[in-house]
Design a protein. Structure first.
Length: 268
């Protein structure tokens, strides 16, 4: 019997979002979660906010669970597994959210564990993350189901092959930045036309949220939905023509593609 069902190495922004989601969605209770962070202030914040057990070192986490989430910054990974010599229990599942760290590299730190690499985005904070994940192929179907239930507590999770992880980085990892720019630009146009800034931002953001839900919940192609809101000789098709003229579509393709290229160059 494990002392804790899941443990987190690192308790920063990403770990906190995951922990909040797991508790909110009843995947694990607070008593089933343990996490660690070197600083007293982080430990205090996490134990007071979520009521989970906090400790100082990664070794204390891996001693108490066989489901370990690695959520430290990439440069902190060698400190955890080499300098501090943290070892995981044989057969543990190690779920790494560390950007750019390959399954093979993670496996070199935890050779007796099963490795899952996840690329989340920061929308996990509001339980609406979009993430790709890949594994070392050693997990049983039951273990895969458990991993999916953990990831799906904080958003949409799609299994991909490892060579697609750089594409995931651009498509969903970094894309919130571009979408915030779109919301801000739309709000500017609203302000230009007399809508107060605060309302303009909320209306632009809600329009993006609603559009995303329409795509996900109706299953209809985005182009089909676009056609449905463009009446002949109407206002919307004027905007669509202008967006095309100004290169909205190619700007978005170029932004995501450039991110993917940068991610590939950093992974090499
Ligand atoms: N944030 C995102 O949107 C995002 C998106 C995709 C992927 N990721 C990945 O998620 C990982 C974590 O990112 P983050 O934004 O959550 O970073 P963060 O907020 O800086 O959190 C890092 C955590 O690691 C802890 N830590 C540092 N050294 C440690 C050690 N030796 N042993 C145990 N814990 C240690 C820190 O402790 P203290 O609090 O005591 O300093 C902190 O709680 C990164 O690898 C990043 O690539 C993040």
């Amino acid at each position: 019997m494990e002392e804790h069902s899941i443990g987190f190495i690192g308790a920063g922004k990403m770990a906190e979002a995951l922990i909040a989601g797991l508790i909110a969605k009843d995947v694990f209770s607070k008593d089933e979660i343990i996490a660690c962070a070197p600083s007293e202030s982080t430990r205090k914040h996490m134990s007071e906010t979520y009521g989970i057990k906090m400790c100082q070192t990664a070794a204390e986490v891996t001693a108490e669970t066989s489901m370990v989430v690695v959520a430290v910054k990439p440069k902190q990974v060698p400190a955890v597994f080499v300098d501090e010599g943290t070892v995981t229990k044989r057969g543990s599942i190690v779920l790494s959210v560390v950007a750019g760290l390959t399954v093979e590299k993670m496996k070199s730190y935890v050779p007796d564990s099963k490795v899952v690499r996840v690329m989340p985005n920061h929308c996990v904070t509001v339980l609406e993350g979009a993430m790709g994940y890949t594994t070392d192929g050693s997990l049983t179907p039951a273990e895969m189901t458990e991993v999916r239930s953990i990831l799906e507590a904080v958003g949409l999770a799609v299994e991909v092959s490892e060579d697609q992880m750089d594409a995931i980085t651009g498509l969903s990892g970094s894309s919130p930045a571009f979408l915030y720019m779109v919301i801000d630009a739309m709000a500017d146009a609203g302000v230009l036309n007399g809508i107060p800034r605060k309302d303009a931002i909320r209306l632009a953001a809600q329009s993006m949220l609603g559009s995303a839900k329409m795509v996900l919940e109706t299953g209809r192609h985005p182009d089909q939905l676009k056609d449905e809101v463009c009446s002949p000789a109407g206002t919307t098709i004027e905007g669509v023509r202008t967006a095309e003229d100004m290169g909205l579509r190619s700007a978005m393709i170029a932004a995501v593609d450039a991110t993917i290229a940068k991610s590939r160059s950093m992974t090499k």
